[in-house]
Design a protein around this ligand. Sequence first.
Ligand code: ZN
Length: 223
Amino acid sequence: MTTDVRREVRDEAHQLVEASRRLFEAGVMSHSGHANLSVRLDAERFMLTPGFVRGLRPEDLATVSLDGQVLEGELRSVSMEIIAMHGAVYRARPRVGSVIHTHSPSATAFAVAHRPLPCRTEPMLRFGQAEDVPVVPWGPRGSDVSVRGVVDALTHSPTTAAVLLANHGLLVFGSDPADTAHLVVAIEEGAEAELAAAAIGGAVDFPAGALESVRASIARVAS
Ligand SMILES: [Zn+2]
């Protein structure tokens, strides 16, 4: 039993390390390489990056409880501050299996401008963010104000898979680390395209019914 549990934990850790590697490879990290990633283990616990992600190894991850206790491993103070932010998402969304926070530059431009990021690109529509990414009001990282803002945004936008943290960055959540990293890339691309389109007259909305058309097309391929 113990061996099985350890193997399961190791698999989750590998998935998270692979997701962080993909984010660097995709070029969506900011210059500092700052990010934190987590993966849910069960209803009470998740694994979290220790305060850095460059050169991350599975054994570097810490296991923490949803209410903020470090159960295994060590976290730098920078990561201690963000346990509550990750925990709040897992608590609010029982089906979420992974949470990723980055300072991806174009998405962060929207966060700094306090502008919701519209869904106007095919990858956002297709890969899980078929609506505007809402902006959460600024609060010091990990503070009650900041965490409450995230929870409020999830309540007001019950189907959003991402939020922009005002004057800070991006927070994305999904079923597992690979899908969540994929959506981070789709959102950063969407933000980049939105900013580029502004120079040539501005991005244009999808036609009405676009999401339904995409869903129908996915169902056809899957059947
Ligand atoms: Zn940050």
